[in-house]
Write a protein that binds this ligand. Structure first.
Ligand code: SAH
Ligand code: SF4
Ligand code: F3S
Length: 471
């Protein structure tokens, strides 16, 4: 048994991460058995789940979307806010009953929640029916843990700085759009955030390894890659090599894959060179997710964000000026400890100035072990909720305003799959990352097509495939 330790998780040394060749264990032990995998959290977790799926398939399992049918249930969890915990423990309550009826069921819990001392201890004491608990640093070992698993609970979670795995096999969710990790971990330690503790230190993959992976995805017919990292634009800062995110972006663009995206950019690491490269290459999509968090410089300082309101605005305007047609979305936290009405109004001011294309908004959630969780907070929850509602209203109005600018226009859409909006409809994304539901394009999944926009809502567009008639 190896339990996590948050005090250890925050230590940063000069030790270079090791590059480890992924194991990719194959076995027929679970041939004919089914697994159910549920993923919470960010794109990083979604991509980790593609690794978990491949590990399970390599042991003989097939996927089921009904957990009651499963022989193995795996949860890939998120620790970013308390409500993420509630969902996981709620689901585990249902699994407990299932396990009574089906004692051979294997239950695995991994992801960021497993990295927390409190969660690992709760699983140990109150959820003994969970068979395997693994963390973010040893996903690649899941195959071995399952094969070696006996009747007793096995907790194997590490709180080290982490290494870099290469040659990981993935069962990718899409044949057209792929996630590519360019780095792991985070060294920013924003005072409210648990990620640097759950994901270890910033570790950039070598550029050659990333380029090789993207080259192979292009050969396999992928139309789009999204480069992933908690701070993609801090890429390379931890390497001795003389390259950075701008260099990487340019080299990826030259591979010629039709669409390149990246998340998440930190305002502090955004250089002019990056802006120039994004503007220069047509296959780098004009879409940037640029978390603001707060519009008050006082709160930003308490959050440890390393920029002021003015610096954010300067960067925002520079990006808007230099990249034609760019769309910018953001993340905002309301109710950081002792945020006053004035602080919140400053956030609204920035939102009104930037008129973001969209935003993810959250009420601050104290995370045990982070510096902000120690601050005594005097703002009642109902005030925080009111602020969130007020903010969301403004955010949604701007999203709708931007979406309405598309009415009657023809735009390029990468069709990713069937739409939830109706039979015979598919959906996809514009270059600027707007979701479009499309009529008359069922044969076009996986293609980039011209779509005429016929309707605009706050969170999506409707459109029809544009058919050009040659005469
Ligand atoms: N690495 C990214 C985002 C990571 S988490 C970045 O730095 O932008 C995604 C978002 O969750 C954050 O941008 C933040 O807005 C929100 N978040 C993180 N910790 C939070 C907390 N303790 N309470 C509420 N929201 C939080
Ligand atoms: Fe969290 Fe800040 Fe790192 Fe983003 S940059 S993952 S918010 S610590
Ligand atoms: Fe959640 Fe971990 Fe991502 S805490 S947001 S799954 S890095």
């Amino acid at each position: 048994m190896n339990l996590p330790n948050l005090n250890q998780a925050k230590i940063r040394t000069n030790k270079k991460p090791a590059t480890i060749n992924a194991k990719n264990i194959k076995s027929t032990k679970y041939q004919g058995k089914k697994f159910f995998l549920k993923t919470y959290g960010c794109q990083m977790n979604v991509h980790d789940s593609e690794e978990i799926k491949r590990i399970l398939i390599n042991l003989g399992f097939n996927e089921t979307t009904n957990y009651e049918d499963a022989d193995l249930i795996a949860l890939n969890t998120c620790a970013i806010r308390e409500n993420a915990h509630d969902k996981v423990f709620g689901f585990l309550g249902r699994v407990k009953h299932l396990k009574k009826a089906k004692p051979d069921l294997i239950v695995c819990v991994g992801g960021c929640m497993s990295e927390l001392d409190s969660v690992a201890n709760t699983l140990k004491e109150k959820y003994p029916f969970v068979d395997i608990v693994f963390g973010t640093h040893n996903i690649n070992d899941l195959g071995r843990l399952i094969l070696e698993h006996e009747d007793k609970q096995e907790i194997e979670v590490y709180s080290n700085e982490g290494d870099i795995y290469e040659n990981i096999e993935y069962e990718r969710d899409s044949k057209y759009s792929a996630w590519v990790n360019i780095m792991y971990g985070c060294d920013k330690f924003c005072t409210y955030c648990i990620v640097p503790y759950t994901r270890g230190k910033q570790r950039s993959r070598k550029m050659a390894d990333i380029l090789k992976e993207i080259e192979e995805l292009k050969q396999a017919g992928y139309q789009e890659v999204t480069m992933l990292g908690q701070n993609v634009n801090a890429y390379g800062k931890d390497l001795a090599e003389n390259y950075d995110f701008a260099t990487l972006l340019e080299n990826v663009a030259k591979i010629g894959i039709p669409r390149i995206r990246f998340v998440t950019s930190h305002p502090w690491d955004f250089t002019d060179e990056m802006i120039d490269i994004i503007a220069k290459y047509e296959n780098i999509m004009p879409y940037i997710h640029l978390p603001l968090q707060s519009g008050s410089s006082k709160i930003l300082r308490l959050m440890g964000r390393r920029y002021t309101k003015e610096e954010y605005l300067t960067l925002f305007h520079k990006i808007k000026e230099r990249i034609p047609n760019v769309s910018i979305t953001t993340d905002i936290i309301v109710g950081f400890p002792n945020e006053t009405d004035e602080d919140f109004n400053e956030t609204l001011d920035v939102v009104n100035t930037c008129q973001f294309d969209g935003a993810f908004t959250f009420i601050y959630s104290p995370r045990e072990g982070t510096p902000a969780a120690k601050i005594k907070d005097t703002i009642p929850m109902n005030i925080k909720e009111e602020r969130l509602q007020k903010l969301n209203k403004v955010i949604n109005d701007y999203s709708l305003m931007h979406n309405q600018e598309y009415l009657g226009k023809t735009v390029k859409v990468l069709v990713t799959g069937p739409s939830e909006k109706g039979e015979n409809m598919v959906c996809g994304y514009t270059e600027t990352m707007k979701l479009v539901n499309i009529k008359n394009a069922c044969e076009d999944i996986g293609k980039i097509i011209d779509v005429k926009i016929t309707d605009a809502k706050s969170f999506s567009l409707d459109g029809e495939k544009e058919i050009f008639i040659n005469n």
